[in-house]
Design a protein around this ligand. Structure first.
Ligand SMILES: Nc1ncnc2c1ncn2[C@@H]1O[C@H](COP(=O)(O)OP(=O)(O)OP(=O)(O)O)[C@@H](O)[C@H]1O
Length: 651
């Protein structure tokens, strides 16, 4: 499908390129090509911005920096050192990509550099570059730099045809790249980062690497387009590239068009350029920024998902509005010219797609549970065998266990973790063996979640060592720990909201311990959904399912990474008794597939039902460790924990 899509870009390029080559024969006034050239420049810029900021959600105000580096590279190399223009374009793109990698290398290392902090950092970059260019006479020195006119092929009638072709090459390459990214693992990784970055990392997505790749692509396209911009304006100044106009425009264009899709910035750029052009032609140039700001304000309220998503829902209505309004104005011929009629048609189409419609209520979209197709799995067979035999919480041999039953899978030695002055874990030493289902209990604040965070790599211990399957995992990135074989769920479910239930699970298969391509991952996701009985909701979005189902989705996604050990952090919190029973059955089924489980749980009834062994933490230290019956009757445990929750016994 992707190859077919990319073929479409080649065709689009050929058709649009023909306009420049045969423009005079076609009788097309140069004005249209100049306008198209402007649109193409903005398409490239908005697409460049969108690869990082739209796809991954890292909102950047630094687009001017990439354009500026591209523009100054071409201006300085061409204008001051006589380097051939064609050579300056790739150099500009590479310089800009290097700057992007530098910014990314600084910003993406730290978790605290997310959200508005990242936006502020990117806002600072063009200001710093502007100051550098001003004080450095080798670059600008406050004078501006003249860009020599490049030689263009004889078969083109005018310089503007040449500029149009150059912009066309960069814009089509940019959009094709955005299309390819969206349809590969790269795009899925970026979408998961946008939805829930920490979860993505925990499921095996190398988030740092993908963010670096995304910002490099943004820099590459931004720099190349900036290089052409220098040629277009002929005289580069600090104000022309490093100001706020460029970031403001690309943000409005991408938000208007839609940030999650490759076509969004294209639609946004075309609509904005047309509006700007008609405003200028009507003598309302001064209104440009006012209109831009108003569009942004309205969009945030009315259509934060942008034109593309709405257009997909009402394509025919939009087409009819475009043709009808343009056609009527052409027939009446009483106002403006063809471009005015077309722009009026475009605005009518935009109004039609953005017009608020009645969204189907989640309940209407939700398939009935009876639609579920129960597929017998090894797991179900295991459960059937289990229910026919003994039901005690002993460790049972299981041929599907990853590794030898009873071998040490997780080994914590003297693990301590401080939060400032708070000692959340205090010298915990613990072994977990393959095939166990360990209940991790303790009073509030005893360190259970902290231990889960250390085992999954979300936090590092202050001291001590942790090994999984014989490998030291301290200091490893969470995605590497996922690949070693640790997976977890979260106390508050954190699904990827933009993806369906099936794709949430497919993501984990694509990036988990034995990575699979998307099509195979989607197919395999069904089996994981069967384990948790969510198959009938495979096509639903997480917003359409209830808390119980979201908890089950967490589990399906966690087992999809094919973990050796699964950490369930209060996976039953907030459920009603019937849902708890259902969830307990699911945990049993997962355990029966051979996955070792550590379950953090406050409900002692559940722990007693499930666990083959219970570990009790109290004030960060290990208080008891053994079989459930012995541990629950330990006087120290009763005093420290059960005593305070006596009413909870047997609940
Ligand atoms: N990110 C953090 N920053 C500061 N203190 C923290 C942080 N995370 C945990 N703590 C502290 O560490 C201690 C252990 O917390 P933790 O969440 O691990 O306990 P818990 O046993 O999981 O509790 P609960 O059952 O309430 O979830 C608590 O005193 C808590 O306040």
């Amino acid at each position: 499908m992707m190859a077919r899509g990319l073929g479409g870009f080649v065709l689009a390029f050929a058709a649009l390129a023909a306009l420049a080559v045969w423009r005079e024969d076609l009788g097309l006034p140069i004005f249209y090509l100049v306008l198209a050239s402007t649109a193409l420049f903005w398409i490239a810029q908005a697409t460049s911005w969108n690869v990082l900021s739209g796809y991954s959600g890292y909102f950047s105000f630094g687009q001017g920096a990439f354009v500026g580096v591209g523009a100054y590279t071409t201006a300085v190399l061409g204008g001051r050192h006589g380097v051939d223009f064609y050579l300056t374009v790739p150099v500009a793109a590479v310089f800009s990509a290097l700057l992007a990698l530098l910014v990314g290398g600084l910003a993406f290392r730290l978790r605290s550099f997310r959200g508005e902090i990242f936006a502020l950092l990117t806002l600072a970059v063009p200001f710093i570059l502007a100051a550098l260019a001003r004080v450095n006479s080798e670059i600008d020195g406050g004078q501006g730099v003249v860009v020599p006119v490049a030689e263009y092929p004889e078969w083109l009638a005018q310089f503007q045809d040449f500029l149009y072709l150059l912009n066309l090459v960069v814009a089509v390459a940019a959009v094709a790249a955005a299309f390819a990214i969206q349809h590969t693992r790269f795009g899925w990784a970026l979408a998961s980062i946008r939805d829930a970055e920490d979860v993505a990392e925990g499921l095996g997505v190398a988030t740092f690497r993908y963010k670096m790749l995304a910002i490099a692509v943004t820099g590459l396209i931004g720099g190349a387009a900036g290089s052409l911009f220098a040629l277009q304006i002929g005289f580069v100044t600090v104000e022309s590239v490093f100001g706020l106009t460029i970031p403001l425009f690309v943000i409005v264009m991408s938000v208007l068009g839609g940030r999650a899709h490759w076509l969004g910035p294209v639609l946004g750029a075309v609509v904005i350029v047309l509006i700007q052009d008609r405003l200028s032609a009507s003598g309302f140039e001064g209104w440009n920024l006012i209109v831009l700001g108003a569009i942004l304000a309205v969009l945030v309220v009315v259509a934060p998902d942008g034109l593309q998503a709405r257009l997909w829902r009402r394509p025919w209505q939009a087409a009819v509005a475009l043709v009808a309004v343009t056609g009527v104005l052409a027939i009446v011929d009483g106002w403006g010219g063809p471009l005015d009629w077309f722009v009026a048609g475009v605005l009518a189409a935009v109004a039609v797609v953005l017009w608020p419609g009645k969204a189907p209520a989640p309940a209407e979209r939700r398939p009935a549970p009876s639609a579920a197709v129960p597929v017998p799995t090894d797991v179900d067979r295991g459960e059937a065998a289990e229910s026919s035999g003994h039901s005690g919480p002993q460790l049972r041999p299981n041929s599907t266990i990853d590794g030898e039953v009873g071998e040490v899978l997780v080994e914590c030695r003297d693990v301590t973790r401080y939060f400032g002055g708070v000692r959340a874990l205090d010298g915990v030493s613990l072994q977990i063996r393959a095939g166990e289902l360990v209940g991790l209990v303790g009073p509030n604040g005893s360190g259970k979640t902290t231990l889960v965070n250390l085992l999954s790599g979300a936090l590092r211990p202050t001291s001590g060592s942790i090994a999984v399957a014989g490998r030291d995992i301290v200091g490893l990135a969470p995605h590497r720990i996922a690949h070693v074989g640790v997976s977890r769920t979260h106390q508050i479910p954190k699904p990827f909201e933009s993806m369906t239930v099936r794709d949430n699970v497919a993501m984990a298969i694509m990036f988990g311990r034995s990575a699979r391509p998307l099509a195979a991952a989607r197919e395999e996701a069904q089996a994981c959904l069967d384990v948790v009985h969510l198959r009938h909701l495979a096509d639903a979005k997480p917003a359409e399912i209830n808390l119980h189902e979201r908890q089950l989705l967490e589990m399906a996604r966690a087992i999809a990474t094919k973990p050796k050990v699964l950490l369930l952090d209060e996976a039953l919190a907030g459920l009603n008794p019937a849902e708890i029973d259902a969830a307990v059955a699911v945990v049993r089924r997962i355990h029966a597939t051979g996955i070792t489980i550590v379950i953090v749980e406050h409900l002692l009834r559940v722990v007693n039902q499930l666990a083959t062994r219970v570990v009790v933490l109290n004030q960060g230290a290990l208080l008891a460790d053994g079989d459930p019956r012995t541990v629950m009757n330990d006087p120290d445990v009763i005093r420290a924990y059960l005593g305070r929750h006596a009413h909870a016994r047997g609940t």
